[in-house]
Design a protein around this ligand. Structure first.
Ligand code: ADP
Length: 241
């Protein structure tokens, strides 16, 4: 009985997933088709207009490329084809060096990042290239979904569970996640934004992959959010002695 229930749940998720992918693929395709029709009908009469249409088509084509890339990335991880290359990393130094490289990009978008951390070292076992996806995803989501003209993102690192775990949190003052979507945002291809207003900017697999990677690294991810106020994503990783 349990396995039948599991299969049905899996089937339902697969159906949702396929309708989500079709929707996200159709949006740029419809747009490219529209520009092509207009070009063929000769509506673009000047070379400047033709160039504008072609440039718009190029942007939509990049959106499609990104979607297809995330699909193969999803497939790669789903099939567990990758091998973890674990190494001991001081999470604090990792974050400081990440921020040195990426803080500028956030500031360009008027997002102020502040990082706070208790003293000491935070040794964890990580596959740094995989973990970068987790960090990138949480970091870019806070920028992508911001709603204020000037936003504030706080990154905090601390020890929890009597020093057994390291907790890394990203708190933002963005739109928050509706309570009915809180668990679902970690599902593949799920996007809380029902109207898909950010259609070209994501695919809904970032958090799914982040959870998968964190779990492979013997950790987990949680979210707390007040809709309309902001979100707080936390990654917990087991510390090395
Ligand atoms: P994507 O950003 O490509 O849609 P994710 O898996 O990273 O995919 O996120 C899933 C959904 O969770 C997003 O579509 C968005 O609705 C919601 N979400 C993620 N991060 C945030 C955030 N910081 N603030 C508000 N909503 C968020």
């Amino acid at each position: 009985k349990q396995s039948v229930a599991q299969r049905m749940e899996y089937e339902e998720r697969r159906r949702d997933l396929i309708s989500g992918i079709s929707h996200d693929l159709r949006t740029p395709l419809t747009s490219i088709r529209g520009y092509l029709d207009r070009l063929l009908e000769g509506i673009a009469t000047t070379p400047q207009m033709r160039k504008r249409y072609l440039a718009a088509m190029k942007i939509r084509t990049s959106d499609l490329e990104r979607l297809v890339d995330s699909l193969s990335e999803y497939n790669r991880l789903e099939n567990s084809l990758y091998r973890c290359q674990m190494e001991q990393v001081d999470l604090k130094r990792y974050i400081e060096s990440y921020l040195r490289e990426n803080r500028g990009e956030a500031e360009k978008e008027n997002v102020n990042i502040d990082f706070s951390c208790q003293d000491g070292v935070y040794y964890v076992l990580l596959d740094t290239s995989e973990f970068k996806r987790v960090f990138d995803n949480l970091f870019t989501n806070t920028i992508k979904y911001r709603t204020k003209r000037k936003s504030q993102v706080s990154i905090r690192l601390r020890r929890t569970d009597n020093g057994i775990m390291a907790e890394l949190t990203f708190s933002d003052d963005g739109p928050g996640v509706p309570s009915e979507s809180l668990e679902r945002i970690f599902e593949s291809f799920y996007r809380a934004d029902a109207a898909r207003t950010h259609a070209g900017e994501g695919s809904g697999i970032g958090l799914y992959l982040s959870r998968l990677i964190a779990e492979k690294e013997k950790g987990y991810i949680q979210v707390e959010s007040v809709y309309g106020k902001g979100s707080c994503f936390s990654v917990f990783l087991r510390m090395e002695k």
